[in-house]
Design a protein around this ligand. Structure first.
Ligand SMILES: Nc1ncnc2c1ncn2[C@@H]1O[C@H](COP(=O)(O)OP(=O)(O)O)[C@@H](O)[C@H]1O
Ligand SMILES: [Mg+2]
Length: 290
């Protein structure tokens, strides 16, 4: 749609993230999830139709499930009356515009990704000493809070516990840690009962009228590592729930993992979409309890 049409409606583009587009409307922040997919940190030219809707509905499911644990950003998932924008329908979160707390609140239940790299080098994850003999993708003795400093440019910077305490203040640190581990453990148990391991995830929080709110997207495959429980096998990296077909396909090409990324063939798009639908149905599926 044209930015002209949006402006007429009082909607102003703020920025485009990798996957989501941000707008302001009156005093609200609108998060609109596109169908863009990133792999190896590169946005691919081929969209996955409906991915943005599925991930928005998955975030919605968790936000509503956790509403009694932590207040959140949500004003509504529906367009305001009188604003006809079918392009936004199902992909939109109308959020309270918060002052973002610049700490990525990461919870890890398994040794993977940068955690595995750190463990191999120093026997620690997030600076916490761990038993020796853990393998790649091993379950941790207990989930860890391993926050990182949000950087506008470049990669986020992992902080030790003491650095993070200095960075946001000790009281806020303890609050964010408690909330993060509580949300992670609730989500973990729930997902495990439905065949999905949430190996780790990232939450963001923001200040709004003196209150700490849960913001951004929540427990989607874009903000988390989801693994299918049936294929879990420590000692190697696990195939990703949603991106396994894309990564396998890309690895079969002679692509150097630098932009621009290659187009995806229709069969890979179909298989990937099916994985997003499957994750949504397993976790939030209608006709089941929870
Ligand atoms: N309720 C909110 N209030 C203010 N900022 C928010 C809120 N929810 C999310 N954000 C911010 O919006 C931005 C989303 O952009 P980005 O993460 O780049 O998008 P993507 O995840 O699609 O790449 C993040 O910086 C996040 O902190
Ligand atoms: Mg983001």
């Amino acid at each position: 749609m044209t930015s002209n049409k949006l402006t007429t409606l009082g909607i102003h583009a703020i920025r485009s993230g990798k996957v989501r587009d941000l707008y302001s409307w009156k005093d609200e922040l609108w998060l609109v999830a596109s169908d863009r997919l990133s792999a190896f940190d590169v946005i691919l030219p081929t969209p996955i139709p409906d991915k943005g809707k599925i991930l928005t509905q998955l975030s919605r499911f968790w936000l509503e499930k956790f509403a009694s644990i932590v207040p959140n950003q949500v004003i509504s998932f529906e367009l305001p009356e009188g604003i006809g924008l079918p392009e936004f329908s199902g992909r939109l979160v109308r959020a309270k515009k918060c002052e973002v707390i610049p700490l990525e609140c990461v919870a890890r239940g398994y040794v993977a990704g940068s955690g595995w790299k750190e463990y191999k080098e120093s026997g620690t994850v997030g600076g916490f000493a761990l038993p020796s003999g853990l393998q790649e993708s091993s379950k941790l003795p207990q989930p860890l809070f391993t926050p990182a400093k949000k950087n506008d440019e470049g990669h986020d910077e992992n902080l030790s516990e003491s650095e993070a305490k200095v960075f946001v203040g000790e009281d806020l640190y303890l609050k964010l840690k408690t909330l993060t581990l509580k949300l992670y453990s609730e989500a973990f148990d729930y997902a495990a009962s439905r065949g999905i391991i949430i190996a780790d995830t990232k939450f963001e929080f923001g200040w709004y009228e003196g209150q700490v709110l849960l913001i951004d997207e929540v427990l989607t495959p874009d903000s988390s590592r989801f693994w299918p429980s049936t294929h879990y096998q420590p000692g190697k990296s696990q195939s990703s729930y949603d991106k396994q077909f894309v990564r396998d396909y890309l690895s079969s090409l002679n692509w150097n993992q630098q932009p621009p990324g290659p187009e995806l063939p229709p069969v890979i798009v179909e298989q990937t979409l099916a994985k997003y639908r499957e994750a949504y149905e397993k976790l939030a599926g209608r006709g089941t309890d929870g």
